[in-house]
Design a protein around this ligand. Structure first.
Ligand code: NDP
Length: 361
């Protein structure tokens, strides 16, 4: 595995290209959920993730179509590209920490979790968190397309349908995330986390390279020749997970905007409430306290399944990672909500008893 300069530089160039598009492409301007620490005003955001990703993927595909790049260029240079993204992620994590006031939690914890809450460029043109997620999603899309292209170039008409379905479902996952970019202004990372190694290196390196671990493992393998029943089962698991995650996120988003909103016209907003605060306990939020996490894990399971290698560890590392991420995250969020909502949270937990999997956990 030789590290080549061109591959090493690729993510730097691609990320700079995405930044330029993000700055230049007209954006939807919205107010978010996180607030400015001094003025307590909701922070402003420019959202243009979907057109930026489509333009970047289109530009990449155009370059391949014109013969300037092989379709599987990012597969061929994957190790060098990973090394470049790793280095950039480390440098970013150091740079974002330097000069920021300490939170008093020790340098190592601060390096990992970050010091700055919601860094934005002056004037708010670029928000670090939203840009990091956009870069991660777009680079992941390019990696997946390149890895799948490698598979098709090598195996031709004997290519695995599972690989193609995996890329299609992942495409859905990424487009869905960017289509509903605004909804993600209401998620834990945006209002509760700081920008450090976890978020910075996480989005610049881990997200685009580890989330492609399934194809990284099987793109150079011949098709396991799984039939339609196998592929359909994986797609059903994926979309069942998508409905749980997307449904729960949307229901909470509308509830935060308007507590009387009847979600999808059918879910009346039942709540537990005290004088000043309310927590949803109907619809998706009556099934378990984080049914959206179950949804994410099911989506990841469907993605691993359709690849058709049930006994190989590689593809399963992706859903396994989700379990390791989301189970402790639910505990963290539980502590945060218990501190914020007090007795109301206890009443909510009595009403909605399960943490993630209804009837089980
Ligand atoms: P949630 O969307 O569950 O948000 C938790 C917050 O919602 C709580 O801190 C609380 O905040 C509020 N809340 C909790 N319960 C209720 C309730 N019953 N009624 C009203 N408000 C409530 O979790 P995350 O932000 O962690 O996740 C958001 C999405 O992102 C999920 O779908 C998750 O799976 C996904 N995700 C995806 C990842 C990926 O890599 N693809 C990684 C991590 C998450 P408040 O103080 O506002 O009330």
């Amino acid at each position: 595995m030789d590290i080549e300069l061109i591959g090493f530089a690729a993510p730097w160039g691609i990320y700079a290209f995405i930044l330029a598009l993000h700055v230049l492409v007209p954006a939807h301007k919205v107010r978010g959920y996180a607030r400015h620490p001094e003025t307590d005003e909701p922070l402003g955001y420019r959202l243009n993730g979907l057109p930026v990703m489509l333009l970047t993927v289109g530009a990449w595909a155009g370059a391949c179509r014109l013969g300037w790049l092989p379709w599987d260029w990012l597969w061929t240079h994957r190790w060098s590209s990973l090394a470049g993204a790793f280095t950039l992620g480390m440098l970013f994590s150091i740079a974002i920490m330097v000069g920021a006031p300490s939170t008093g939690r020790g340098v190592l914890v601060e390096f990992f979790l970050g010091r700055r809450e919601n860094p934005q460029t002056p004037g708010g043109r670029v928000d670090a968190k939203m840009f990091l997620y956009l870069v991660g999603a777009t680079m992941l899309a390019l990696n997946l397309l390149s890895f799948a292209a490698h598979h098709v170039l090598v195996f031709g008409s004997a290519a695995s349908l599972g690989v193609l379905l995996h890329v299609a479902l992942f495409g859905w996952f990424l487009l869905d995330y960017l289509f509903f970019e605004r909804v993600h202004l209401y998620t834990y990372d945006l209002f509760a986390e700081r920008v450090g190694f976890k978020l910075g290196w996480g989005c610049l390196t881990f997200y685009p390279y580890f989330y492609s671990v399934g194809l990284w493992n099987v793109a150079d393998q011949p098709s396991p020749e799984r039939g339609m029943l196998w592929l359909s089962a994986g797609a059903i698991v994926f979309f069942a997970g998508w409905m749980l995650a997307r449904g729960a996120n949307m229901q909470k988003f509308f509830f935060k905007l308007d507590p009387s909103h009847v979600f999808l016209g059918i879910f009346e907003p039942e709540t537990v409430q005290d004088r000043s605060q309310a927590l949803l306990c109907s619809g998706f939020w009556g099934l378990s306290r984080h049914i959206n996490y179950l949804g994410e894990i099911l989506m990841a399971t469907g993605l691993a399944w359709v690849l058709g290698w049930p006994a190989a560890l590689g593809p399963w590392m992706y859903p396994l990672y989700y379990v390791l991420l989301l189970v402790p995250r639910e505990r963290d969020d539980h502590r945060r909500c218990a501190a914020k909502y007090g007795a109301l949270w206890e009443a909510y937990c009595r009403r909605v008893r399960y943490r993630i999997i209804p009837g089980v956990y």
